[in-house]
Design a protein around this ligand. Structure first.
Ligand SMILES: Nc1ncnc2c1ncn2[C@@H]1O[C@H](COP(=O)(O)OP(=O)(O)O)[C@@H](O)[C@H]1O
Ligand SMILES: [Mg+2]
Length: 337
């Protein structure tokens, strides 16, 4: 187990500065998810930890030790990528064994470790199989097992589930949570998908343009977004936004109460249901107001149909207010609408 610390870290490619003066600590034993839009610098951060794309400036410490002069193979980290390289001509056993052989681990020790990791990821019955006979999820488990067999202090994962279909992805999310609980090793998991971040992380680091926007538990980030970017990035459907002259008001789709009549809620505006998506447990409505704004509303009830006139009502406690620079402001006084 090991924590990771970035101290005043910058990274540039030529004249392009991807990351500037970054200070952040990833807690020992945490399941930390680095999330942000494509191109914001997530992979760059991960590669710096692994040592395969070293920082331009500053220091990275693993387990309190400066890694600047430590080669990737000596860092005690294991990385799992989106396009995991599985060797098609080797058995599952051979694939897991490959890295251990390279590291000159003796045969008996290799055997023992492979049995252990295969057990942990549920591949015991598949060790003799050729990877071509495995499902996408099983192949991903081979990649995980291979990383685990090195007994790393830190697991680095870069969008490892992106190539799997939706159902398998959600099953693998649960498996990764369980794996983390068993191993108790630091996991640093990179994704652009806020659902993956919310479901697996104990700590989310949300980035945009190489800068950290917020660090916190999924609950904190969802309930207490520090700025407009965070508020809109986390949550699906996204938070509704209403622009005012000097501020922006936001509210979550599930915070809206739909009624036939105007109410005395802090926010109560008329609109017309434009679409309805019945998802079983809940229904999503998109609603247009007279000013050309579209709102998303999530309701446990399936009471409304397209073209109906409704009022959207939101209580004051469920309204978020953001200043001109996008930073969150305290609750506003007085009338909202
Ligand atoms: N080897 C490289 N040379 C030049 N630019 C790069 C290189 N690697 C990444 N970048 C740029 O750095 C930025 C961050 O990339 P990356 O870390 O891959 O983003 P993410 O993983 O969040 O999608 C992007 O604008 C990307 O184009
Ligand atoms: Mg990436």
């Amino acid at each position: 187990m090991a924590g990771i610390e970035f101290r005043n870290v910058s990274k540039s490619f030529g004249t392009y500065n991807v990351i500037q003066h970054l200070d952040v600590t990833i807690q020992d034993g945490s399941f930390t998810v680095l999330v942000g839009p494509s191109g914001c610098g997530k992979t760059t951060l991960l590669r710096m930890i692994a040592g395969i794309g070293p920082q331009s400036d500053g220091q990275i410490l693993i387990d309190g030790k400066d890694m600047t002069d430590v080669a990737p193979g000596q860092r005690d980290v294991a990385m799992v990528f989106q396009n995991y390289a599985i060797y098609p001509t080797m058995s599952v056993y051979g694939n897991i064994e490959f890295g251990l052989k390279n590291n000159k681990v003796p045969k008996e020790e290799r055997k023992k470790r492979i049995r252990e990791v295969a057990e942990k990821v549920g591949l015991t019955d598949y060790l003799d199989r050729s990877p071509s006979t495995l499902s996408g999820g099983q192949r991903q488990r081979v990649a995980l097992a291979r990383a685990m067999s090195k007994n790393p202090k830190v697991f680095l994962m870069d969008e490892p589930l992106s190539n799997l279909d939706a159902k398998l992805r959600s099953a693998m999310r649960v498996e990764l949570i369980e794996l983390h609980r068993k191993l108790k090793t630091t996991f640093v998991y990179v994704t652009h998908d806020q659902v993956e971040a919310m479901s697996m992380a104990d700590t989310i680091i949300l980035m945009d343009h190489g800068e950290i926007q917020q660090i916190g538990s999924p609950e904190e980030i969802y309930r207490n977004p520090a700025n407009l970017f965070v508020a809109q990035f986390i949550g699906s459907p996204a938070m509704n936004i209403v622009k005012r002259e000097d501020c922006t008001i936001g509210f979550r789709p599930e915070a809206v109460c739909l009624t036939k009549e105007h109410t005395n809620a802090a926010f109560s505006v008329p609109g017309t249901i434009s679409t309805r998506e019945m998802l079983g447990r809940e229904t999503n409505y998109s609603i247009r107001d007279g000013q050309g704004n579209t709102y998303m509303v999530t309701s446990p009830m399936d009471d409304w149909r397209p073209q109906q006139q409704v009022y959207l009502n939101v209580e004051r406690a469920s309204l978020y207010v953001f200043g001109k620079n996008g930073n969150r402001l305290p609750q506003m006084e007085g009338a909202v609408v």
